[in-house]
Design a protein around this ligand. Sequence first.
Ligand code: ZN
Length: 76
Amino acid sequence: MIKIELSVALAIYLLSGMVFIFSFWYFSEVRKRAKDLRKEEGFLWECPTCTHIYVDSKAEEISRCPLCKSLIKKVK
Ligand SMILES: [Zn+2]
């Protein structure tokens, strides 16, 4: 059997708790960032006429292509 001191056992216990909390915080942050990226993708528009890809965060249903000025309807 391995003999360890109480202080060492306590230190390991506290450290493992901290690692658990840190990893939980890290993964929740990563998930939040992925969600934000997906939200930003909703602003991406691809023009079917000139295949130009641009960002239009104001338009919700219909957007105007900045290159060929054609109107694009959202597919979703
Ligand atoms: Zn276009």
